[in-house]
Structure formats: C-alpha cells, structure tokens
Design a protein around this ligand. Structure first.
Ligand code: ZN
Length: 153
C-alpha cells in the first residue's frame, strides 16, 4: 500500500513538474474558467469539440500541485473521448475523491479511471478534494457551455 501511495505521488509530482497540454488552445470552441478561492487555484480549460468528440483539450492556470497535476492528467484522459465518455469519467473521478460518499454513483470505477486513481488518496484531505475536482468542474462547465465562471465555493 505504501509502495502504491508513493507511486501515485510520483505521478502527481511528475504531472505538476511537467504538465501535459498546458497551453492556450487557439481554435477552442469551448472554454471555461474555474476558481478555488480556498487554495488560490485558478484554471482555464479549453476544448475543441467536433461531432461530440473532444478533438483537443488544453488548460492554463496557476495553483497548487494537486490542481495542476489533476488538470494535466484530466486533459490526457479525455482527449479523443466523446463528451459523454468525458462526463462519465468526471462522475467516476468525483465519486473516487469524495470516497463514494455521495451514494448515487456508488463505488468509484477504478478500472475506467486508469492513471487518475493516483488521486484516490486525496479523499483523506477534504481541503485538497476541491483542488483535484476544480479542473473537472471547469471542463464540465466548458462542455455544457455554461457561461458563468466556476467556483468551488
Ligand atoms: Zn489547490
């Protein structure tokens, strides 16, 4: 268990140090801004959606290691997926970091989550859960074409 935990920490540190898809997406047709005032995380998520497929996705922002790594892993996970698949992943991720406590989704589908399971330990740190969730809430807003900025508060 300790070994797995360290492995997961490595994944998070790696994605924080060299985030994937960290750029502005010039031809994005979806975008949203997210803000986690409790920690000071700010993020903009860009997506290019064609025929319900997320052709490209990128993000920019500043914040703690958890929020940056979560955004990085999220963009890598949803690129090439359909909007519906991305929303399913969002719900599975949310269920995992919330410890499956909201009930509706039941147990987190760790098989589907792949590398995202690295954030499973976040549920032990309630303040960090918002950091991990922020990029996903922001992506969700971008895909739903919600115009208002996202805030965790
Ligand atoms: Zn944070």
């Amino acid at each position: 268990m300790t070994y797995m935990r360290e492995l997961y920490q490595q994944v998070i540190l790696d994605h924080n140090r060299s985030p994937r898809n960290f750029r502005e997406l010039e031809d994005a047709n979806r975008r949203a801004c997210g803000d986690n005032p409790l920690c000071g995380d700010k993020i903009t998520v860009y997506a290019k959606v064609e025929n319900d497929v997320i052709e490209d996705v990128a993000f920019q922002g500043t914040g703690c290691a958890i929020s940056q790594a979560s955004a990085s892993l999220m963009t890598a996970a949803v690129k090439g997926k359909t909007v519906e698949e991305a929303e399913k992943l969002f719900r599975a991720f949310h269920a995992m970091v919330a410890g499956g406590a909201d009930g509706q989704e039941g147990e987190a589908d760790t098989e589907k989550l792949g590398k995202l399971v690295a954030f499973g330990g976040v549920k032990e740190f309630p303040a960090r859960v918002k950091c991990a969730n922020l990029p996903w809430h922001t992506l969700h807003a971008a895909l739903s074409e919600v115009d208002a900025p996202v805030s965790t508060e």
